[in-house]
Design a protein around this ligand. Structure first.
Ligand code: FAD
Length: 377
């Protein structure tokens, strides 16, 4: 039994989170840490899969954008009709076993502190004890921080309000009048699923949706990363994918526009007990408001390190936090996709190993994990 008071043996690197980003980082750590080096991956979930484990069943792999391969062990020929939650959880589970990655779960990191100042070790406090480490790779994703904007009257609404985070199935909306808020892919996918069974759907967005007639391919992904990276380098908070490049105009989306389901109204000004009211005074009566308003980075555990700039963002050089180079952030900003997370995981592992070998702190002897032999690149 380990409780929050247990002190675990010191490690050289702690990775927080076992999603795409954390597993990619762990893979490279296991190959790059010099002999005698040690690391551990702490993950809050009950089982493998990262955020994917929580996605709704109708989000099949075929409807997801694309799940990029983790390094070394590809996701071979997955069934596009299977729920992505299941496919990805199975894949990550196989991956952890194949590389014997030292994942500890469920372990939730509550706070990371630096009691001896900027040159000393970091102390990682969790609900299963404390780890002391020289370097930290934070790969905690966004799923735990759904973003709910505030609008006047929100508390008076007599119907149901939920966020994408809690969406399970279109069936829950059968026969209901549904207002969907948000201009991203989740909103679009919710609307297309719900419209055939709902009494009515109304789509509202802060800015008119920008459908862009271009393929949703690797170049699109790279452009998203490029644009978000510019902001993060400048210490500004990252923006959403859609805010960066618009929505790709697929055949399915085109049909949705033609049928009127994917035609958005500007944001309402007020929520009433019966629905929502627009700037012209018109009210749309609703049973449900579904907030598809995105997520924010889960970084609360890093608050004691004061990593934020006055502009509100965290300035980074690649994956390294400029204010505290002991900390690498992955799956954040430009790397918030499975492709970006995979690349960032590698960069973060290399930077963490470099920081250990150049800081002269020496590598820990008490191993949680011995690096695996180098088998492939
Ligand atoms: P996650 O998968 O969120 O993993 C983070 C892990 O950290 C979790 O296991 C969590 O339990 C753990 N954790 C969090 N906080 C703590 C803590 N304090 N202590 C310990 N552990 C913690 N990207 C794509 O490339 N293709 C897609 O099709 C796609 N579809 C998406 C659909 C939706 C609805 C959403 C919201 C996002 C989608 N994304 C997609 C983006 C997706 O989030 C990333 O691709 C990627 O899966 C995120 O990986 P990650 O490792 O950064 O985070």
């Amino acid at each position: 039994m380990t409780g929050s008071g247990t002190a675990h043996p010191d490690v050289d690197v702690v990775v927080v989170g076992a999603g795409q980003a954390g597993l990619a980082a762990a893979h490279h750590l296991s190959r790059r840490l010099p002999a005698g080096g040690s690391f551990v991956v702490l993950d809050a979930n009950d089982g493998p899969g990262g955020a994917w484990r929580h996605r709704w069943d109708s989000l099949t792999l075929g409807r997801a954008h694309r799940v990029h391969d983790l390094p070394g062990l590809p996701l071979v020929d997955p069934d596009p009709d299977q729920p992505a939650a299941q496919v990805v959880a199975d894949y990550y589970g196989r991956y952890e076993q194949h590389y014997a990655l030292p994942v500890r779960r469920p372990v939730r990191v509550a706070a990371v502190t630096a009691p001896e100042g900027p040159q000393g070790p970091l102390v990682v406090a969790t609900d299963a004890g404390t780890w002391t480490t020289r370097a930290l790779i934070s790969a905690t994703g966004t799923w735990d921080r759904p973003y709910w904007p505030r609008y006047p009257g929100q508390e008076r609404f007599g119907g149901r309000q939920l966020h994408t985070h809690d969406y399970t199935s279109a069936e829950d909306f059968r026969g209901q009048r549904v207002v969907v808020v948000g201009g991203g892919t989740s909103a679009v996918q919710h609307l297309l699923e719900i419209a055939p069974v709902a009494a009515s759907t109304t789509w509202v967005t802060r800015r008119p949706p920008q459908f862009v007639d271009r393929p949703f391919d690797a170049e699109w992904g790279r452009e998203v990363e490029r644009r978000v990276a510019e902001r993060v380098r400048a210490g500004l908070p990252p923006v959403s994918v859609v805010g960066t490049t618009g929505l790709p105009l697929t055949e399915e989306y085109r049909r949705g526009i033609d049928s009127g389901v994917l035609v958005a109204r500007p944001m309402f000004t007020e929520i009433t007990p019966r629905g929502v009211r627009f700037a012209d005074g018109a009210e749309v009566v609703a049973d449900v408001i579904l907030w598809a308003t995105g997520f924010r980075a889960s970084l609360d555990h890093l608050a004691p390190l004061h990593l934020r700039e006055p502009s509100g963002g965290i300035r980074m050089a690649d994956t390294t936090v400029v204010r505290d180079p002991r900390v690498q952030l992955v799956g954040f900003g430009p790397s918030a996709s499975t492709l970006g997370a995979t690349r960032a995981g590698r960069l973060a592992a290399l930077a963490a190993v470099r920081s250990l070998t150049t800081s002269g702190t020496g590598l820990t002897r008490e191993n949680e994990h011995q690096p695996q032999p180098q088998v492939e690149s």
